[in-house]
Design a protein around this ligand. Sequence first.
Ligand code: GDP
Ligand code: IMO
Ligand code: MG
Length: 423
Amino acid sequence: MSVTALVGAQWGDEGKGKVIDILAEKSDVVVRSQGGNNAGHTVVVDGTTYKLRLIPSGILYDNKICVIGNGIVLDPKALIGEMNEIKQSGKSLDGLRIDARAHVVLPYHIELDGLSEKMRGAGDIGTTKRGIGPCYMDKAERSGIRMCDFVDPDIFAKKLRANIEIKNKILTDVYGGRPLDYDTVYSEYKEYARILAPYVTDASVLVYNAIRSGKNVLFEGAQGALLDIDVGTYPYVTSSHPTAGGFCIGTGIGPTLIDEVLGVCKSYTTRVGKGPFPTELENEIGDMIRQKGGEYGTVTGRARRCGWLDLVILRFAVRVNGLTSLAVNKLDTLSGIKQLKICTAYRRNGKIIEDFPVDISELDGCEPIYETLDGWDEDISGVKKFDDLPVAAKNYVRFIENKLGIKVAMVGVGPSRDQNLIK
Ligand code: GDP
Ligand code: IMO
Ligand code: MG
């Protein structure tokens, strides 16, 4: 039996979906615990690309239980759309479960996300506009509608009516937007509730019993450590906890039940949305990485900002997640770059900084300190064993291991299940 948690170690989009899909083969239960359809996890199986947003990436196997935990904010319309895509691809939804405590994203959350971003003007966060922040705001304010409320038509009607009344005031009086019509929203969403009701359960009990009975359980992180609302690059973060502790809160299990925490990173760094990025490459190397790595958002299609690998960030990810090992994806993308740089620390006002700064205003003055490593020319996407990689590619991975003092357990050389080298 093993309980493994998988987290993004950077700013999201590290290739978590691919690694989850690989690990899911040997898992009985796969669990998502935070975020919502702001996540976009790409999985390539036998040449077919799946883009999962709310459903755990284990769904592509027939016999896995796939849990949407209590920490998720769930857009019912988006989930039903995704369920239909899964069905159309011939996969079964029998294993899907939704925790009764998960909060429901409603149209006013999506409206408010867009309007508040607009009002921030140049100071916007660059959210995915999926209503994530406003839904978590309602959760914290204790006015949220949970799945257990949603699937009860009378309770849903009562709570929705009360919420729409207040949200309409905010939409119109604060933001100058248009009010929502209660009857229209209710009649559309009560139908979604009817469709989702059979999947709703107490997932905390389900996951706990699975662990206690010796099953293999895999926690699938969304986003990445630097997007964590507490320890990330606030305010340029998401509204949940993508760090390992988020699995406990977002599933209703205790930390002593988790055996391993695997961090997933890319062999370079990317970020979507606004906020500081010390190793960003706003030049032809950054453009080349973006093109070759296909660095365009899965959810919004936005071009991802690209830069050199930053070990200050990964050191932070090791610390805040208690990582036990690392998977390094997209090593293939770096092929052909003559000299590769890795940031090992920052320099600020003549001082060396090794721990990621708390306050993002400090990051502005941080100049990355780089070590330069030899690149390699070979296309490595067909390599099947770590030992068969070019020497320079092996050295690049070993450099990461030595500097972080953590084992690199997997190396990605392409998007498919079989383009993953186990070290
Ligand atoms: P996630 O959000 O962490 O699951 O990552 P995304 O799916 O948003 O973005 C990762 C992208 O990289 C996807 O297009 C994957 O198919 C792709 N990918 C994952 N691992 C590798 C790899 O090792 N090499 C290459 N070339 N692409 C990869
Ligand atoms: P996956 O799971 C990358 C970013 C947004 C924005 C900030 C806040 O695919 O790695 P939000 O809509 O969450 O309020 O936006 O967080 N963001 C992500 N960036 N990958 C993700 O998920 C992200 N989910 C949110 O771009 O900067
Ligand atoms: Mg993604």
